[in-house]
Write a protein of this length. Structure first.
Length: 210
């Protein structure tokens, strides 16, 4: 409902003046932002919903140990975001490559994990892209649109992400029900590769335009 209604919200007068001239879907920065968040959103939803259950069922972890795993995850997430704050990137594509590669690596590690320690290492790796993906997306939007256009771009971005988050739990639950949590990590790694291919296709288009 929020996703549908977001397209009918009135913008301030200054934004309405440029709204008709803003084709957000053609801007490489907008496409990058959406693709990055879609790439990481599904794995993150899977981890927060089933990650603790996986640790308990597969490795006999206690409830406290399963909770501690997420402390490690969010610690590296915080450190990644802190580094991005202290050292603002001049170019985004290094961080984009870091986010996509660590997401893939972390999911592969989780899929092949045979001990709680290896699974913990996978969560530590996955915490880094969790910390940098969203800020990089916002920076990408801010650099691709003028100040007057950003409200339009941010509104579309929020609408897409809200719509995405509304059906992801159903998608994740269905995949886990069929493949199990471990199998889902493997599928998500493959999906990450598909998103990565699209993201770097956007990069090539941007290079040609630049």
């Amino acid at each position: 409902l929020v996703f549908a209604l977001s397209f009918f919200l009135d913008f301030p007068k200054s934004v309405q003046e440029v709204e008709g001239r803003v084709d957000v879907w053609r801007r490489s920065g907008f496409k990058l932002s959406v693709a990055l968040n879609l790439m990481y959103g599904i794995p993150f939803g899977t981890l927060t919903t089933f990650g603790g259950i996986f640790a308990i069922d597969s490795f006999g972890a206690s409830y406290s140990a399963a909770t501690l795993l997420f402390s490690l995850f969010f610690t590296t997430s915080f450190l990644g975001r802190l580094a991005l704050t202290i050292y603002p990137p001049k170019g985004l594509w290094g961080f984009v490559g870091l986010s996509t590669s660590l997401t893939f690596a972390g999911l592969v590690m989780a899929f092949f994990s045979r001990s709680l320690i290896m699974y913990a290492l996978a969560l530590i790796v996955l915490g880094v892209p969790h910390g940098i993906t969203y800020p990089v997306s916002l920076i990408s939007i801010s650099r691709s649109f003028s100040e007057g256009e950003r409200s339009v771009a941010n509104s579309y971005f929020s609408a897409v992400m809200t719509g995405f988050s509304s059906f992801v739990p159903l998608l994740i639950s269905g995949v886990v029900d069929v493949l199990g949590v471990r199998g889902s990590f493997g599928v998500l790694a493959l999906i990450t590769l598909l998103f990565t291919a699209y993201i770097f296709n956007v990069f090539k288009q941007e290079q040609k335009q630049g």
